[in-house]
Design a protein around this ligand. Structure first.
Ligand code: NDP
Length: 292
């Protein structure tokens, strides 16, 4: 595949390593709100530093990796007058499908194609280029996006039309959120019943309660007492709230989703913007008047 000119916007926990992998085959220009991160990226990974946001507009492909669709929308507004027809805009943010459909229409009027391509696999997946990437858009646009994003992920799935990638992303994260919460509750109860954490996890992971939460996410926190920040609770809360809004839109009955959303929002208020999502387990303990 020919090397392309790619503009990458948003060098956060995920975007920074993703842009690094793309630079192995492409001519990548980076922009970040906090300019030092982009300077460091250019220095360390041979990418081109965008002096201003508009420098990103002339590329064949523009990728956004931002907190929410709101920030993506602001960037689209800011670049609208500078974009060239034929550009492909890939939004890797875990966004809102309703907003992404509007964005796609606005960009379409400028001759710019749009694919929503949120990812799963955490920072370690971005670092190792093993992300799973779920895409929404026309078959032709998704094929173009795949050609680029194969440098970031192992599993690339075309989910449906524009917005479908964002929709399945928030649903799958909601499944994870509910699983983390119920697993924490039951492991805490096991502890209160006098079963040690190592044994409780061993049995859970050899049995029917096994999940990514019990196998990978909770052991290091509950057994080893390590609570790293890998995915902001604020981002996870946003994903579950989008899922809840989609349920309302469909007039769907989703009580478990509603409860999960309420619990995560309460946990966010309690733990603050910089907490990791697995710290909701601390709230589970607090609700029981104990600590892990
Ligand atoms: P971070 O908070 O680490 O990074 C956010 C990025 O967005 C930073 O580059 C930040 O710039 C930029 N940004 C924030 N606000 C604005 C703004 N108003 N205008 C322009 N740029 C802005 O987030 P992550 O990288 O963790 O997450 C990015 C997306 O990926 C989210 O949608 C998240 O839900 C999703 N995601 C995250 C995963 C994870 O494990 N972390 C896993 C899968 C998906 P600055 O440096 O200036 O703050």
């Amino acid at each position: 595949m020919r090397a392309m000119k790619i503009g990458f916007i948003g060098l956060g926990a995920m975007g920074f390593p993703m842009a690094r992998h793309l630079a192995k085959e492409h001519d990548v220009t980076v922009w970040n709100r906090t300019g030092e991160k982009a300077e460091r990226h250019a220095r360390e990974h041979g990418t081109r530093l965008a002096k201003e946001l508009a420098d990103v507009a002339g590329n064949d492909v523009i990728i956004t990796m931002l907190p929410t669709s709101k920030e993506v929308d602001e960037i689209v507004h800011a670049l609208e007058g500078h974009l060239k027809p034929g550009t492909l805009w890939i939004d890797a943010t875990s966004g809102d499908p309703n907003v992404s459909r509007e964005t796609a229409k606005r960009l379409g009027a400028k001759g710019v194609e749009f694919v929503d391509a949120p990812v799963t696999g955490a920072v370690v997946g971005a670092e190792n280029a093993t992300l799973t990437i779920m895409m929404g858009g026309s078959a032709a646009n998704v094929e173009k996006a795949k050609d680029v994003l194969r440098l970031n992920g192992k599993t690339l799935i075309h989910v449906g039309e524009v917005g479908a990638g964002h929709a399945i992303k928030v649903l799958t994260n909601s499944i994870m959120g509910a699983t983390v919460w119920i697993t924490s509750e039951c492991l805490l109860l096991a502890k209160q019943l006098g079963i040690d954490m190592k044994t409780a996890l061993e049995v859970t992971n050899a049995g029917s309660g096994r999940s990514n939460a019990s196998e990978n996410l909770l052991p290091m926190r509950l057994r080893d007492g390590k609570w790293p920040l890998v995915f902001k609770l604020a981002h996870h809360d946003k994903d579950i709230r989008i899922a809840t809004s989609l349920a309302h839109q469909q007039h769907a009955s989703t009580p478990m989703l509603a409860l999960t959303s309420q619990l995560f929002t309460a946990a966010l208020h309690e733990l603050g913007d910089q907490a990791d999502y697995i710290e909701v387990a601390k709230i589970v303990a607090k609700m029981n008047g104990v600590e892990w």
